[in-house]
Design a protein around this ligand. Structure first.
Ligand SMILES: Cc1cc2nc3c(=O)[nH]c(=O)nc-3n(C[C@H](O)[C@H](O)[C@H](O)COP(=O)(O)O)c2cc1C
Length: 109
């Protein structure tokens, strides 16, 4: 099992409605792929954690990296872990972007 945490800068003209649509589609796709995780969006930046098989996580990260709805992608941490934190969540949509929550999630084994 692998867990990866990145942050990025949203495209300036990105609308909340598009973000919501995109995340609904992502949650569904992730569930089918066996990816779980969480994402926060504060109107300017994204913070996202992806969990799953290493190949699936790194493969999805390459897709996400190429998405022009954001830029300045910085991977903050990635590691092999024993278990999922976001079991049952294709992509948990956090209301805010609280860095501490993501950081403590990454500290978990
Ligand atoms: C900040 C951000 C986070 C994303 N997260 C996911 C994700 O967790 N899962 C996913 O499938 N797509 C995610 N996407 C969308 C992908 O970049 C890509 O558009 C999508 O996987 C394409 O799906 P499709 O080939 O089924 O149209 C994200 C995009 C952005 C900008």
């Amino acid at each position: 099992m692998y867990r990866l945490f990145y942050m990025s800068t949203a495209r300036r003209d990105l609308e909340k409605a598009e973000v919501n649509r995109m995340l609904a589609a992502a949650a569904l796709k992730n569930s089918l792929m066996g990816i779980t995780g969480a994402i926060g969006y504060d109107g300017e930046r994204f913070a996202q954690i992806l969990e799953g098989d290493k190949n699936d996580v790194t493969g999805l990260m390459e897709t996400i990296r190429a998405d022009n709805r954001h830029s300045g992608i910085v991977i903050i941490a990635e590691k092999t872990v024993e278990r999922r934190i976001y079991e049952g969540w294709g992509m948990k949509h956090m209301d805010s972007l609280i860095f501490d929550d993501f950081e403590s999630a990454m500290a978990d084994a």
